[in-house]
Write a protein that binds this ligand. Structure first.
Ligand code: SF4
Length: 370
């Protein structure tokens, strides 16, 4: 995790109203030179200043389409700001308001571990292995996939990307989220006993030679700390308390939870499903709590609640707040760029290869909200 130095004391003294007024004023001073991108999991107080909202890849694509913007303030986590830097041209500077906003899942796969895993698997398999990484990963992991015949995927297109991968090789290593990998492969009729978990903290991933030979998919031992909080027991409890309530979850949830749900899909799928659901319908949603609360507020003609009784929030996304947003804007007004996220040119080039292979299979349309 990167270190975020403390902000000057004056920011702590400002009220929420003063912060909001100052942000509007700085935005107006900078005009079209700056855009603010807000991920769906951000708090409402941050989202209200976003020029665009979306999931990580959609926001990066929106950023890349802005011809006038010189600065992108990315209200998300570190790998998202990296993706925006990869997809935008060198003129655009991408800023993460708080450098300590990382992603626990992305941090579960580093490039040294992947290189070690690759050497072992390629040696042990005697077969063509294709590396596929969820976009929730470091730029170096995306670049590795680009350099080794693989691709990126999102939670919306993981199925199509995996189908493509099996036209390129016999086996796939999927990282960093074992759950998205398992749920996607299972939906493609790959049986669970043809998937094995590769644990980067164990010698040879903790796998025997027989397991390596038999497996079709190697699932990296990573997970999202938010979606891991949803359990099969919570699904059973909802069914018991309210049989009419439908369960809708993100595929970063475990296989057991996805199997017990009525529907599973990406953040955009969850938003669309609730938007299009009939009035009076009831939903228990297994994803980040800020999005669930926003959906409940936006669709008061339906009952929308979290699948979990506890607060499943992304604590690193939560680090982005109005104080940090105002600080980076103040610095821009003063002619200084702070917290810029930069990916080196070679990593960028190879990561783009992995992203382009993904986009050759699918395309995501950006949506502007204001
Ligand atoms: S919700 Fe999970 S995957 Fe998304 S940024 Fe937070 S920890 Fe990472």
């Amino acid at each position: 995790m990167l270190f975020q130095p403390p902000l000057p004391a004056k920011y702590a003294a400002l009220t929420q109203e003063e912060l909001a007024d100052a942000i509007l004023q700085r935005k107006s001073t900078l005009g079209s030179r700056v855009i603010i991108l807000g991920h769906h999991y951000q708090q409402d107080e941050v989202i209200r200043f976003a020029d665009f909202t979306g999931d990580s890849l959609k926001l990066s694509q929106i950023g890349a389409q802005q011809s006038e913007a010189e600065f992108i303030i990315f209200c998300g986590v570190h790998f998202m700001a990296e993706s925006a830097d990869i997809l935008t041209n060198d003129r655009v500077k991408v800023i993460l308001p708080d450098l300590s906003a990382g992603c626990s899942m992305a941090d579960m796969a580093d490039i040294d571990q992947l290189e070690e895993a690759w050497d072992f698997l390629v040696d042990a398999c005697g077969a063509e292995v294709v590396p596929i990484t969820y976009v929730n990963s470091a730029a170096s992991i995306k670049a590795f996939c680009g350099a080794h015949g693989g691709a990126c995927c999102t939670s919306s297109n993981a199925g199509k990307v995996l189908e493509w991968a099996f036209t390129q090789g016999d086996k796939v290593i999927f990282l960093p989220d074992q759950h998205l990998g398992r749920n996607t492969a299972y939906a493609m009729n790959i049986p669970l006993d043809e998937m094995v978990v590769y644990d980067p903290h164990q010698r040879n991933g903790g796998l025997t030679a027989t397991q390596v030979r038999k497996a079709k998919v190697f699932l990296w031992k990573g997970h999202c700390s938010v979606h891991a909080l949803f359990t099969a027991a919570q699904c059973d409890e909802i069914r018991r308390l309210d049989p009419e309530c439908r369960i809708l979850v993100h595929p970063e949830c475990s296989w057991e939870v996805v199997q017990k749900s009525d529907l599973a899909g990406s953040t955009e799928f969850i938003i669309k499903t609730i938007r299009e659901a009939p009035p009076g319908s009831k939903w228990a949603v297994g994803t980040e709590v800020h999005l669930v609360s926003r959906l409940a507020d936006l669709h008061s003609d339906k009952t929308v609640r979290s699948l979990a009784g506890i607060q499943c929030l992304c604590t690193t996304m939560y680090r982005i707040d109005l104080k940090h947003m105002l600080w980076v804007l103040d610095e821009l007004v003063a002619g200084r760029v702070v917290n810029q996220i930069q990916v080196d040119p070679e990593t960028k080039r190879l990561a783009v290869v992995a992203l382009e292979r993904m986009l050759a299979n699918v395309s995501a349309q950006p949506v502007a909200i204001n």
